[in-house]
Design a protein around this ligand. Sequence first.
Ligand code: ASP
Ligand code: MG
Length: 461
Amino acid sequence: MIVLKFGGTSVGTAANLANVKRIVEGLDSPAVVVVSALGGLTDMLIATAKMAASGNQEYLKEMEAISLRHHNIVSDVIKPGAGLSTLAKIDPLLQDLKRLYDGVCLIGDLPERTLCQIVSLGERMSSIIVADMIEGASHHDSLQFIKTEKWYDRNIAATELTTELIQAEFTSDTKYPVVVGGFIATDKNTGEITNLGRGGSDYTAALIAAALDAEVLQIWTDVDGFLTSDPRIIPEAHVVPRMSFVESMDLCTYGAKVIYPPTIYPVFHKNIPIRILNTFHPEVEGTYIADSCEFKGIQRNDIAGISSLKGTSLFSLRGRLIANEQNVHSRAVNALSCQGISILLMTQSPEETLFSFAIDSRNSERAVRLLKEEFAPELVERDLEVIEVTDRLATLAVVGDGIRNIPEISNIIIDILELQGIKVLAMSDKASETTVSFVIYEDSVHEALSTLHTQFFTNDK
Ligand code: ASP
Ligand code: MG
């Protein structure tokens, strides 16, 4: 059993879908195929919903365009004659979409649950089209077996229930290949339509691969694999043939857009390898992601890649309390993580009166509020003096299982960057054996990446 996931670009046009068809029809093992919505459609569904909610009648034209795009794809990829039965499944969904937009326009509001219903239609339609396009394929409805639950104000995967439901759904009677929509889900208590978050189709595929003990999870995308850095910034970035789970997880957490970060956990726990492949160059080997012990004895660069995340804010807490009370770190981390705010890196100054950490700037205002609540008594007593926030920063991460072989790696990075006049504002304390992360000003990201890439990859092939 293998699980394949095709992203939006791969299923975005009739020409691209022809590649998907060829790849899936050429497989010789049973497969579950997970697809995204047609490329760019999720953004368009959201933008149109906002238009309708604001009373802008242009939404009707957008709705027409969405409808036409699906009709055209059906007539281009489905055999003459069979197209009518595909349209008989797609048209009611397009009518639902139109009704939802009309409703949103009428009430002038876009409730979260309505938006979830609207965006779900992208994957619901694309998966039906792909299933009908592939010879002998059957369609299964992921709304029935991918379940979420509320975690504070977010929907997260209800993994245990989802695993059970997937195992019940795919039995010895199942007709493979199966095609399912990624990203979409339903709430385990209310049954309302939800989703796994933007980019979540990868995660759907990983949950299915783990539940079915797949041999491999193939992520088919529009690049040749996991690259040493972002190729739009570093043109000489090249494919990394092998990468450990931990390396890929860290690179994605720090901005590499190859896989949706939560994707790696379910397959990592089951030790199911991931292969990143290019739908447009299926002959290219891509990147093989597996447990690091599989790579013992294989010659590899110590560093796997360098990634960057713009929109970082650096928080600094200063005062007596930092030196006196051991649990300032854990209190701060807890106060934020309970509200779904994760910390990118943290560091304490040698003189121990300054504790700094970096988070995504979109959470910055909320974080200030939460910290003020958490440390209210200490702020009054002046045991904690200030909570300082610096914006317009970026977090960079140098990632590699071999980092532990490079003594003084943090100092090396600081020296290299300082020679270029790039200031490192904070550097992670040695929290991870695989990753060194640090914060710089956002406008020096380009230069920092290119300097570090030259340093670490010049002799690498
Ligand atoms: N269609 C969804 C998105 O654009 C999910 C995905 O493509 O993974 O975010
Ligand atoms: Mg994606």
